[in-house]
Design a protein. Structure first.
Length: 689
C-alpha cells in the first residue's frame, strides 16, 4: 500500500521574487529527504502563493525498504585468539550489530583479513520517519531572513501554520510554537480556514476558499483575463514574462482590470511611463494596433470582481501621483545643461577609494581612446567616442534618474538628444550599461560597445588596484558580471583585443589619475586569474569540452577572439581520426620545450645529423612563414600535418645528447615548434585517452 504526502508551510506574505525559487528548493530538499530515508515515490507536485509553499508527494509506501548492510569489524588476528576462539573484541562487535559469531565472515583488504557481518535492517513505518520533514522546512535558505517574537530562528517570513499529512493521517511535529495539523488558511479577505481531509483534497479545498494554489493555473487565469480585456477594447498588451511571474506570485486569487490615466502624460517619454507602471506599480502597459502607447493600464487584483471599479479608481489615483512627479521631473531636468550635470559629478562619489564619478569619466575617456584606436575607429567615431566618454554619466544627477534609477542611461540618451548631441553620442550613453545581466542584450553601436568595455574595464582595474577583489560568492560591485559582459561584447564584435595588453597600456595612461587616489596597478596575476575564470564560464556556455577550455586558457595567446576561435576549432576536430596521434606528437615537443626553457632559438642546419632533422625543420619553417597570414583553422591543419615528421624525428633522433651544441640546436628547433603550437593552445592539456 502507498499514500500521498502533503506538506504546506503557511507564512505571512513573501516577496514575489522568492516564491518560485523557494518552492523549487522545497521540492528538491523533500526529494532528497525521502531518498535518504529509503522512501520511494512517483513524483512531487509543487504549489505556491504569497502565503504558502507546498509539495504533494505521490505514492509513498507505508514503510521503508528493508536493507542488508555489510559491517566491517576488527582484524582477524584480533578477533581470534591463539586457540582459535572468538575474542571479547569479536563477541562485543557482533553483539553490537545484533548478530552472532556464527554469522562472521572474513574479507582481505590490503593483505589484512577483517571480520565482516551482514545484518538486516528492517524498514521503519513511514509515518514514524516523516516527522523529519521538520528539518526540510528549517533547511530552506533565502536571500533575506527575519526573526520574530522571542525566537532566534530566522526565516523569510513568520510561520503561522503547517499542514503535514500522510494520507489522512497527520504527521506530528512542532516547529517553534506551530503544531502540524490539517487546517490551512483561505484567502485573507475572501476565504475561511480550510480543513484538508487528505492530500488529494488539497487544491479543491483551497479553491473553495478563494486560493488558487497552483501557480501555473493562476498565471493562465491572468493571461486569459488580460487577453479578454485586450480583445474587448481592441488593444495590444505585451505580457512581459518577468512581470507576469511577479504578479502571479503577488496574488492568491487574480482578477485583472483595465485602468486609465490622463492623456497629457503621454508627452513624457514612453520609457518613463512604462517604468512607472511596471517597476513601481506592477501594471501592464497598453498599446494600439500601431503599438503606440495608450493612456491605459492593466493591473491584477488579489480578489474577485466585487467593487472592481473602486479598485481601478484607487490604482489610477496612485499612478497619477507618480506620473505627476515624472512630468515635473522631466520638465525640471530640461532646465539643466549637460555641462552643469557633469560639474555636479565632481561631488558624487563612485567609491571612497576610487574617487568621484567625474574622476572615473576622466579615466574612461583615456581608456576609451586606447580601445578605439586598437579596434580601428575612424575620425568621426573617435570624436563621438571622446564626447560620449566625457559626459556619459551626466544623467545620474538628474531628477528623473534620482526618482527612477532604472532609467539611467535611457534618460541620458533622451536628454543628450534634446541638448543637441549627435545620435551616436546619445546611443553610446545608453548602451554603455549593457549588458545589464549575464546574458542580457549587448550594445549595437561600435561606439557604445567601446564605451561599455572602457567603463567596465576601468571599474575592474581600479577595484583590483584598491584591493577589492571578489572572493567566493562575495562580489558587491558586480565585477564578475561586468567582466563577463566585456568578454561577450568582444566575442560579438570579433575584435582582436588582449585585456592583458590593454591593462599594461592603460596602466601608463592613467598612472597620474590613480596616483591622486593613492592606488596603482601593480600585480597582474589576480586580474589574469579572475579574467580566466570568466573565460572558462563563457566557453562552458558554448558546450566546449573542459580540457579544451583549459588548453586555450593556458596558451600563450592573450587575444580573446583568437582564444574563442581556437576553442571552437579544437572542439570541432576532437573526433577526427588523426586528432589523438597528432596531439600526442605535439605534446611530446611541448613537454621537452617547457622543461628546457631555451631562449635562443637560432637553428644551425650544419649541426643536423640525419635526414629527419632536416625534414622536420623544413616543415616548421613552412608553417612559420605563413602562420600570421593564415586563418586559425588553417594553422591548426598545418600543425596537425606535422605528426609524421615529428614521429620520424623522435624515432631517429636523441634530443638530449651529451654534445651541448647539438643538444641546444635540437631544443631550439623544438622550442620554435612548441611556440607555434602554444599560440593555438596548450595542447599538452588535452585529453587524448
Amino acid at each position: 500500500m502507498s499514500r500521498d504526502i502533503l506538506l504546506e508551510i503557511g507564512l505571512e506574505e513573501m516577496p514575489a521574487h522568492v516564491v518560485g525559487k523557494s518552492v523549487a528548493q522545497l521540492k528538491e530538499k523533500t526529494a532528497n529527504f525521502l531518498q535518504q530515508n529509503r522512501l520511494s515515490f512517483d513524483s512531487i507536485e509543487v504549489f505556491s502563493t504569497p502565503r504558502r509553499l507546498a509539495v504533494k508527494v505521490i505514492n509513498v509506501p507505508e514503510s521503508q525498504e528493508d536493507i542488508k548492510e555489510e559491517v566491517k569489524g576488527p582484524a582477524k588476528k584480533i578477533a581470534l585468539n591463539d586457540q582459535g576462539e572468538w575474542s571479547k573484541a569479536a563477541q562485543g562487535f557482533v553483539r553490537g550489530q545484533g548478530v552472532t559469531v556464527e554469522e562472521i565472515t572474513f574479507k582481505t583488504i590490503k593483505d589484512v583479513e577483517y571480520v565482516y557481518v551482514t545484518k538486516e535492517i528492517k524498514g521503519q513505518n513511514t509515518i514514524d520517519v516523516l516527522p523529519g520533514l521538520k528539518e526540510v522546512i528549517t533547511s530552506l535558505t533565502f536571500p533575506v531572513t527575519m526573526h520574530w517574537n522571542r525566537y532566534t530562528f530566522e526565516y523569510i517570513r513568520p510561520i503561522h501554520w503547517i499542514v503535514a499529512l500522510y494520507g489522512a493521517e497527520i504527521i506530528e511535529f512542532t516547529l517553534l510554537d506551530v503544531q502540524t495539523g490539517r487546517t490551512s488558511r483561505g484567502h485573507r479577505f475572501l476565504g475561511q480556514p480550510a480543513t484538508i481531509a487528505d492530500p488529494s483534497a488539497y487544491e479543491k479545498a483551497l479553491d473553495a476558499q478563494a486560493v488558487i494554489v497552483d501557480a501555473a493555473k493562476r498565471e493562465a487565469m491572468i493571461r486569459n483575463q488580460i487577453e479578454a480585456i485586450a480583445t474587448k477594447h481592441e488593444v495590444i498588451v505585451d505580457l512581459d514574462a518577468e512581470l507576469l511571474e511577479e504578479v502571479t506570485n503577488l496574488v492568491e486569487y487574480p482578477t485583472a482590470f483595465l485602468g486609465s490615466f490622463d492623456e497629457k502624460y503621454l508627452s513624457v517619454p514612453e520609457e518613463v511611463l512604462v517604468t512607472s507602471m511596471k517597476e513601481h506599480q506592477r501594471y501592464f502597459d497598453v498599446r494600439n494596433q500601431d503599438r503606440a502607447l495608450l493612456p491605459y493600464f492593466i493591473s491584477v487584483r488579489n480578489g474577485n470582481e466585487k467593487g472592481i471599479e473602486n479598485v481601478a479608481k484607487g490604482n489610477q489615483k496612485v499612478l497619477t501621483a507618480r506620473l505627476e512627479d515624472a512630468e515635473f521631473f522631466y520638465q525640471e531636468d530640461q532646465k539643466l545643461t549637460i555641462a552643469q550635470c557633469v560639474e555636479k559629478l565632481k561631488q558624487v562619489a563612485f567609491h571612497e577609494k576610487i574617487g568621484s564619478l567625474y574622476q572615473k569619466m576622466q579615466r574612461v575617456t583615456k581608456v576609451a581612446q586606447i580601445i578605439g584606436q586598437t579596434v580601428g575607429l575612424n575620425d568621426t567615431q573617435a570624436n563621438d567616442l571622446k564626447r560620449a566618454s566625457e559626459i556619459y554619466k551626466f544623467d545620474l544627477v538628474t531628477n528623473m534618474v534620482g526618482e527612477f534609477p532604472e532609467l539611467q542611461g535611457i534618460m541620458g540618451e533622451k536628454y543628450a538628444l534634446l541638448q543637441g548631441e549627435t545620435p551616436a553620442v546619445a546611443q553610446a550613453i545608453r548602451e554603455h550599461y549593457l549588458p545589464i545581466s549575464s546574458e542580457g542584450a549587448l550594445p549595437e553601436s561600435t561606439i557604445g560597445a567601446v564605451l561599455a568595455i572602457a567603463d567596465k574595464l576601468d571599474s575592474l582595474l581600479t577595484f583590483f588596484a584598491a584591493g577589492m577583489v571578489p572572493s567566493g560568492s562575495n562580489d558587491p560591485f558586480a565585477l564578475r558580471r561586468q567582466t563577463y559582459g566585456i568578454i561577450r561584447i568582444i566575442e560579438q564584435k570579433e575584435w582582436n583585443l588582449s585585456l592583458l595588453d590593454l591593462r599594461n597600456v592603460i596602466k601608463d595612461a592613467v598612472a597620474e589619475d590613480l596616483a591622486v587616489l593613492d592606488i596603482q596597478l601593480e600585480d597582474q596575476t589576480p586580474f589574469l586569474d579572475f579574467l580566466n575564470g570568466r573565460v572558462r564560464q563563457f566557453l562552458a556556455t558554448k558546450a566546449i569540452r573542459h580540457d579544451i577550455i583549459e588548453a586555450v586558457i593556458h596558451s600563450s595567446q592573450t587575444d580573446l577572439s583568437q582564444m574563442f576561435e581556437a576553442a571552437t576549432v579544437l572542439n570541432a576536430h576532437v573526433k577526427d581520426a588523426g586528432f589523438k596521434p597528432s596531439i600526442e606528437a605535439l605534446t611530446r615537443v611541448i613537454n621537452l620545450a617547457k622543461k628546457q626553457e631555451i631562449t635562443e632559438k637560432t637553428v644551425d642546419e650544419a649541426l643536423f645529423e640525419n635526414q629527419t632533422e632536416q625534414e622536420l625543420y623544413t616543415a616548421i619553417k613552412e608553417v612559420e612563414a605563413q602562420f600570421t597570414t593564415r586563418t586559425l583553422e588553417e594553422n591548426y591543419v598545418a600543425l596537425m600535418a606535422l605528426q609524421e615528421p615529428i614521429e620520424a624525428y623522435f624515432e631517429q633522433t636523441m634530443v638530449m645528447v651529451e654534445d651541448e651544441a647539438i643538444r641546444h640546436n635540437r631544443l631550439a628547433m623544438l622550442t620554435r615548434l612548441a611556440t607555434l603550437a602554444l599560440t593555438l593552445a596548450s595542447l599538452d592539456e588535452l585529453m587524448t585517452k
